[in-house]
Write a protein that binds this ligand. Structure first.
Ligand SMILES: [Zn+2]
Length: 298
């Protein structure tokens, strides 16, 4: 098949690319995801215009990876926590505009597919992809097939329980979830409840990592508390999926791999043989490439 068009729609930025068969990005464009306008149509219109600029009026296929929550049956994002719209219809308007089927999937599930075909999961039929960024998400490949679940939400691993002491409430409304402690957005909150008197306050995840790198003891100790929770979550993924590999991605991992990955693996339980834990080699493009893979397979 010719080059296909892939879209990675995030809360702050959207990327549109023309992707070749071996995963090469033939052309790409990044723009801020519209955050004003009457409705989610502003987002869909911006994507449609970018596709026309990059792929012309008749792309061979279109795949869209988007941050959830998704209603795959309706082809839409519904009640997104990080966009000012109640709903963003994607599949219907894009199919009407281009006259071809459009494939929509969650960005973390797309990331798993991208790694499976083009990244750290090549040659590996049992794989878990984990992205630690503003939030925490994931996707599983079992027996070479992407697990999507009943309505596309298999792999919402940010919402597994990893802690009981502090009761921090996650964005989903429930306490003690992995994302509620260890996502980029929530690390400062976790630090605040772990902090001992005399430790400095940190407002961002970046400043905590910078503090640890500068040898600040409070920040350094805190990263071990983070490793304990990351290790618990990875242990859960190991026994739930029995993967050959766990691929880690997302801004927190990509920018702080040395302070995050090794310490978490050291804290993993050894009930089953440890899978290989690798950092994504795709530089943040796994969801975009996965959207292209899904479009091509359709
Ligand atoms: Zn949650």
């Amino acid at each position: 098949m010719a080059d296909v068009c892939a879209v990675d729609l995030g809360g702050t930025r959207t990327r549109v690319a023309l992707v070749g068969e071996s995963g090469e990005l033939v052309a790409r464009e990044t723009f801020p995801t519209p955050a004003s306008g009457e409705s989610g149509r502003a987002v869909t219109d911006a994507i449609e215009a970018a596709i026309r600029r990059i792929a012309g009026d008749r792309p061979a296929a279109i795949g869209v990876s988007a941050a959830g929550p998704l209603d795959l049956g309706a082809g839409a994002i519904v009640s997104p926590p990080n966009m000012p719209y109640g709903r963003v219809d994607l599949v219907g308007p894009l199919e009407a505009a281009f006259g071809i089927p459009v494939l929509l999937l969650n960005d973390a599930r797309a990331g798993a597919l991208g790694e499976f075909v083009h990244g750290a999961g090549v040659g590996c039929d049992h794989l878990v992809y984990v992205t630690i960024s503003t939030g925490i998400g994931g996707g599983g490949i079992a027996g070479g097939r992407l697990l999507v679940g009943r309505s596309g939400n298999a792999g919402e691993i940010g919402h597994i329980t990893v802690e009981t002491r502090h009761g921090l409430v996650c964005g989903c409304g429930y306490p003690n979830h992995w994302e509620g402690y260890c996502s980029g957005r929530n690390l400062p909150r976790f630090y605040a409840v772990e902090k001992r008197s005399g430790d400095p306050a940190y407002a961002t995840a970046e400043s905590i990592f910078a503090g640890a790198r500068a040898g600040e003891p409070g920040a350094y100790r805190f990263l071990d508390a983070v490793a304990v929770l990351n290790g618990r979550a990875l242990s859960t993924l190991m026994v739930a999926y029995e993967p050959e590999r766990i691929v880690l991605d997302g801004a927190v991992v990509q920018s702080q791999a040395d302070l995050v990955v090794g310490p978490a693996v050291r804290r993993m339980e050894r009930y089953l043989p440890l899978p290989v834990v690798a950092v994504s080699p795709l530089g943040g493009d796994a969801p975009l490439l996965g959207a292209a893979v899904a479009a091509r397979r359709r």
